[in-house]
Design a protein around this ligand. Structure first.
Ligand code: AMP
Ligand code: GLY
Length: 423
């Protein structure tokens, strides 16, 4: 089989690596890819939003399966474009990717189908939002309705912050049209867990749990980022939590989407908060998490291409999804200054240390080939993952492996997975 992966970050590197393990696959292309992905796939210089070029490429190369990693193309209808051209593709259609693409939609869906989540109100006019916030309880949470690179969520401790937040999102439109509608949501506290799942329209199969670290600095200080590291499984995702989510959240979401005429096929990523009153859905994503994928896929036993095909064909009920009884930790090596200002173009050394190892991985997020070698090319540069018999061993190994890599400007958090000491 020939497979095309759309995207070019750490998540897509982990996807390409996992696809390369499949017995069914003899050639992988990745558009646009990056310098690390180039080790397992042929990179193609087409952007993820260039649907017609991607369709033409898939036809020309006779691609058997296309897998889309990123939210923007999914919400923009890339799956519809491929299906219209008669091509096989894994991911939700535009009318289902709205589960991630519109927070107002997902909140209304959860309310209608009694799926546990924070209380909320949607607003399309700044005046009405401002009036509501005069008498709201604080802290409160403001969310831009649409995609905002994970930055459209404002936690407001006071009324003044909330009023300024409405201006930022709805009037100044810092996130463009994403802020035309906002969700004002009840503030919740608790541990966060990421649960990824495969869905074939009717059946849902849950992958192992993971936890992300979104803030830039140790101790969850600093600005929100795309994710500075992950561990899997989450020791806080207990059998009791799993039972609750299976009863009230997972299948309920899939059934709700089907009832709405928005059959969901692909990945649903449940961002959960474990509150004192039980698990609540913080958000849905319609794709693999980044960097959750970098700890979940190294633990997955199945041939992932078989699972993708079962989702497309509606036969996921026949798949026995299995994960190793081990653990994984991913530490992101970033450019100092990320997520604000940072320099790039520095030579990366030490990548060869990961060759031929089965328990250490280096997934590239922002790198490119230059004359001097492979150089840094983004805020997040690499994700160093190690597996181990338990979380402590995986964490020790991942931090050891971060020392094998050198580049000017290298920055990382030193407390990824620290929470497991409290479990
Ligand atoms: P989201 O993009 O919806 O996952 O929000 C980003 C982050 O904001 C989450 O990972 C949480 O840390 C935080 N957050 C979102 N919604 C709430 C909420 N209702 N209460 C407390 N924190 C929240
Ligand atoms: N790690 C969070 C996300 O992928 O949205």
């Amino acid at each position: 089989m020939k497979v095309l992966v759309v995207g070019g970050g750490g998540r897509e590197h982990a996807l390409c690596w996992k696809i390369s393990q499949s017995k069914k696959v003899d050639k992988i292309y990745c558009a646009p890819g990056n310098a690390g992905i180039a080790e397992v796939a042929e990179c193609v210089a087409i952007g993820a939003m260039e649907f017609q070029k991607l369709v033409a490429f898939a036809k020309e190369k006779e691609i058997d399966l296309t897998v889309v990693g990123m939210d923007d193309p999914l919400c923009g209808g890339i799956v519809d474009a491929f299906e219209e051209a008669g091509l096989r593709v894994f991911g939700p259609r535009k009318n289902a990717a709205i589960l991630e693409g519109s927070k107002a939609f997902s909140k209304d869906l959860m309310k209608k189908y009694n799926i546990p989540t924070a209380g909320y109100h949607n607003f399309t006019s700044p005046e009405e939002a401002l009036a509501f916030l005069e008498t709201a309880t604080y802290p409160t949470v403001l969310k831009a309705d649409g995609l905002a690179l994970g930055k459209g969520v404002l936690i407001c401790n006071t009324k003044e912050e909330a009023l300024a937040g409405v201006k930022t999102l709805m009037v100044d439109k810092q996130f463009g049209d994403s802020g035309n509608t906002i969700v004002v949501e009840e503030f919740m506290t608790g541990r966060e867990v990421s649960v990824l799942s495969f869905v074939d329209g009717k059946t849902i199969k849950i992958m192992t749990s993971a936890q992300d670290h979104k803030r830039a600095k140790d101790g969850d200080q600093g600005l929100n980022t795309g994710g500075m590291g992950t561990f899997s499984p989450s020791p806080f995702y207990t059998a009791e939590v799993d039972e609750f989510c299976k009863k009230y959240i997972y299948q309920a979401t899939v059934d709700a989407m089907a009832k709405e005429g928005r059959e969901f096929k692909g990945i649903i990523f449940f961002g959960l908060m474990l509150t004192a009153n039980g698990p609540r859905v913080l958000e849905y994503n319609a794709r693999f998490g980044d960097p959750e994928t970098q700890v979940v896929l190294p633990r997955m036993k199945n041939d992932i291409v078989e699972v993708f095909e079962a989702c497309i064909d509606g036969t996921l009920d026949q798949i026995d999804l299995q994960f190793e009884d081990n653990a994984a930790v991913c530490v992101v090596l970033a450019s100092n200054g990320y997520p604000e200002h940072y320099e790039k173009g520095f030579v990366i050394s030490g990548l060869e240390n990961f060759k031929d190892k089965t328990d250490y991985f280096v997934f590239h997020a922002g790198s490119k080939k230059a004359e001097a070698g492979i150089v840094t090319n983004g805020g997040r540069v690499l994700g160093v993952t190690a597996t181990g018999k338990d979380l402590k061993e995986a964490r020790k190994k991942a931090y050891e492996a971060t020392e094998w890599i050198h580049f000017d400007n290298k920055y990382m958090r030193h407390d990824i997975g620290k929470a497991i000491d409290e479990a």
